[in-house]
Design a protein. Structure first.
Length: 254
């Protein structure tokens, strides 16, 4: 992976174009580290994209062929790599933007789903392809997809591994918007400009409240929302927002 920082934006580029940016467990662990280490004090967002014609073709099948491990060993490996990637993405202090420059298959689709925003080029192809190699959807796919696209659509994608286009991905809510290839950078930059103007720490608290409450009943969820909101009330960003409103000016969030 190539990691670069510019004007508050951390960009992660999957840079194995010779294998369509396929993921290995080591790459998944490295990406998890990026999510964990990117701080709202220094960054406004993380952008994920791919080098070459693909976003990511998913797991590296060749590395799977060479793997010899017990179920317990597999559990430890998956938990510390692809599983941790999801945990750190959902808990990240800054929003994650998937700039899907090409095909997103298997774990590539799942990484798109776990991102907070996703924009795809018109000719991108998607597939929840795990079933094609005898696996279940991982990298959060088994619980994120039903929440994003609905139960029956998630089952169809997971059971068949069918390929579908960017337009359908947008219709089902997997991506926010489909744009022409030459408009992708500008579209994402427009979003980043908006995020730069927003209080990043508040966004992080909002992410935490939404993700933590996904599996809670409404009473417990409401209580957790109250806890996080009380933390937001104590931030400098809240004080600045209130002052700016009362003074009739745009807020200046750090």
């Amino acid at each position: 992976m190539d990691i670069s920082d510019d004007d508050g934006i951390r960009t992660v580029t999957f840079d194995r174009p010779e294998v369509m940016n396929a993921f290995t467990p080591e790459i998944a662990a490295e990406l998890a580290d990026v999510f964990a280490e990117t701080d709202a004090d220094d960054h406004d967002a993380i952008v994920l994209t791919g080098e070459g014609p693909a976003f990511s073709a998913g797991g590296d099948i060749e590395s799977m062929a060479d793997r010899e491990e017990s179920p317990d060993e597999a559990y430890d490996r998956v938990t510390e790599t692809f599983g941790r990637l999801v945990e750190e993405a959902l808990a990240a202090d800054v929003p994650i933007v998937a700039k899907v420059n090409g095909d997103a298959v298997g774990a590539g689709l799942a990484v798109t789903a776990v991102s907070d925003f996703a924009y795809a080029v018109e000719d991108a192809t998607f597939s929840c392809a795990f079933v094609r190699v005898g696996l279940i959807p991982d990298t959060g796919g088994s619980f994120l997809l039903p929440r994003i696209v609905g139960l029956r659509t998630a089952k169809r994608l997971a059971f068949t591994g069918e390929f579908f286009g960017a337009a359908e991905a947008a219709e089902m809510g997997l991506v926010n918007e489909v744009v022409a290839a030459d408009e992708l950078d500008a579209t994402v930059e427009d979003l980043l400009e908006t995020l730069r103007k927003r209080p990043t720490k508040t966004i992080g608290l909002t992410k935490r409240a939404i993700h933590e409450n996904m599996g809670r009943g409404w009473r417990e969820a409401q209580d957790y929302e109250n806890v996080v909101q009380s933390q937001a009330y104590a931030t400098d960003e809240h004080a600045e927002g209130v002052s700016a409103f009362l003074e009739g000016r745009d807020p200046e969030f750090e």
